[in-house]
Design a protein around this ligand. Structure first.
Ligand SMILES: [Zn+2]
Ligand SMILES: [Zn+2]
Length: 193
């Protein structure tokens, strides 16, 4: 979705507020073991987000309409402010928290929801930085920019992870300059046929 400067970055204010509220509610009068469960779930939520980010990007945004069409606009115009507005992401995370709270103890559900939100926030900030910030040569951001630029090559089927390249290596979609991923080679051979 094409957004203005404010709504493109509204997540950076709305999600920390929502995560703080969820954290407060889920830790209210918590016992020491509930705090431990909360922290463990938050770490699992952050790790879970990285896999969700890979899966949503590779399969939902690249294959399923209308998400595919919306995501293609970002691929065609990478520096434009195209993204998911906070009025959509915040209710989705709130709903995820409520759904988790039906299935898990309050502390574990709260921790997992906060972990997922922190992961998403890291993804949003990094994807924004990758497209809109200059990076000094050799820096970590320069590496992230190079990795994501390979994802943006026309017809590429690689480097779906933004916050981490781990899942691309697990699912064999990692590409480096001059070294396409297995999936890239497969789609190239399919187009040649
Ligand atoms: Zn993409
Ligand atoms: Zn991008």
């Amino acid at each position: 979705m094409r957004l203005n400067r404010w709504s493109y970055r509204a997540d950076y204010a709305v999600l920390p507020l929502l995560a703080s509220a969820v954290g407060l509610v889920s830790l209210w009068h918590a016992s020491p073991w509930q705090i431990e469960a909360w922290l463990a779930s938050a770490l699992a939520g952050i790790a879970g987000w990285t896999l969700l980010e890979y899966g949503l990007h590779r399969w939902l945004l690249h294959r399923v309409q209308p998400f595919r069409r919306l995501h293609e606009a970002h691929h065609a115009h990478p520096s434009e402010l195209i993204g998911t507005p906070a009025w959509l992401s915040a209710p989705l995370f709130a709903a995820t928290w409520l759904a988790l709270a039906q299935e898990m103890p309050r502390s574990a559900a709260g921790g997992a929801a906060v972990g997922l939100m922190l992961g998403y926030l890291a993804y949003s900030l990094l994807h924004d930085a990758v497209h809109h910030l200059r990076a000094s040569p050799g820096s970590w951001l320069a590496g992230a920019k190079r990795r994501h630029a390979l994802h943006h090559r026309p017809g590429a089927s690689s480097n779906f992870g933004v916050t981490t390249g781990v899942w691309d290596r697990v699912f064999r979609t990692a590409a480096e300059p001059g070294r396409p991923s297995d999936d890239d080679r497969h789609s190239e051979s399919m187009t040649r046929r």
